[in-house]
Design a protein around this ligand. Structure first.
Ligand SMILES: Nc1ncnc2c1ncn2[C@@H]1O[C@H](COP(=O)(O)OP(=O)(O)OP(=O)(O)O)[C@@H](O)[C@H]1O
Ligand SMILES: [Mg+2]
Length: 246
């Protein structure tokens, strides 16, 4: 089902941060949200994920108004990984099991435990399975946060800088794995080349608005200059553009 973000505006007190944002995503597309620090990318994700209440706007998944869904139903539709995952004294296994909370009443079922084991294997988390999340490295914690979003089995996944703290192998593993899930995903990324390699659609934000959106053909040196105020060359590796700063 299509995800439709319609006329989202958000303000912190009197400061307008998101200004009438609208866009649509085809089912199964991976969308990269790009832009300078402070452009409003995290605020946009937090608003769609209902962590912030917008001044106006709506989010539809097909005909379902996501803002009107009760929490238990909402988390089955949409999962969100914040830019700064917060660790606690729970170990990795327990933290992941909590990601299945909307599927069980009092105690997890065999299926919930199996799902946790599956994601642990998929993301190579076996070695840290019993470690308290407070003791994890930045990259390990990032992978656990992503695993927890996956285990929620939602139709839509929002990830704020999911490759933060990850080494290049883990960055690629995580993005390949997200792509293989075939879910509608919105990713905030700073690495444009990584985005170009894995994403289907690109949204550039500037001062709380969408400045450019489309497929990889919109990414030109003029657009990069307008957004980031830097000069770049664009080379091609097959039909994938590669950004090279001058
Ligand atoms: N709690 C808050 N109170 C007031 N202003 C805030 C708050 N959180 C964020 N802002 C402001 O909102 C604007 C957008 O912030 P946001 O975190 O969405 O940017 P971003 O595009 O995600 O940046 P980055 O790439 O650095 O993560 C910034 O100017 C920021 O200072
Ligand atoms: Mg951010």
């Amino acid at each position: 089902m299509k995800l439709k973000i319609q006329n989202i505006s958000f303000s912190y007190k009197s400061e307008d941060i998101l200004k009438n944002i609208s866009f649509e995503i085809k089912k199964g597309d991976l969308v990269a949200v790009l832009g300078k620090n402070g452009a409003g990318k995290s605020t946009l994700l937090k608003t769609i994920a209902k962590f912030l209440i917008p001044k106006s706007g709506s989010v539809y998944c097909g005909d379902t108004d996501l803002f009107k869904l009760p929490k238990k139903e909402f988390v089955k539709k949409l999962s969100y990984v914040s830019q700064k995952p917060i660790p606690n004294e729970l170990n990795v296994f327990e933290m992941l099991l909590l990601g299945r909370r909307s599927y069980f009443k009092f105690k997890p079922s065999k299926k919930d435990i199996e799902e946790v084991e599956k994601v642990i294997k998929k993301l190579n988390l076996e070695k840290i399975k019993l470690k308290p999340t407070l003791t994890l490295s930045g990259g390990e914690l990032q992978k656990v946060a992503i695993a927890r979003a996956i285990i929620q089995k939602s139709d839509i996944i929002l990830l704020d800088e999911p490759t933060n703290n990850l080494d290049i192998k883990n960055q690629i593993e995580v993005l390949k794995m997200l792509k293989s899930l075939g879910k509608t995903s919105i990713l905030v990324l700073h690495d444009i080349n990584l985005a170009l390699r894995f994403c289907d659609k690109f949204i550039f934000m500037k001062e709380g608005k969408i400045a450019y959106e489309g497929d990889k053909s919109i990414i030109t040196s003029k657009v990069i200059k307008d957004i980031y105020e830097i000069e770049v060359d664009i080379c091609y590796c097959g039909d994938t553009p590669v950004i090279l700063p001058k």
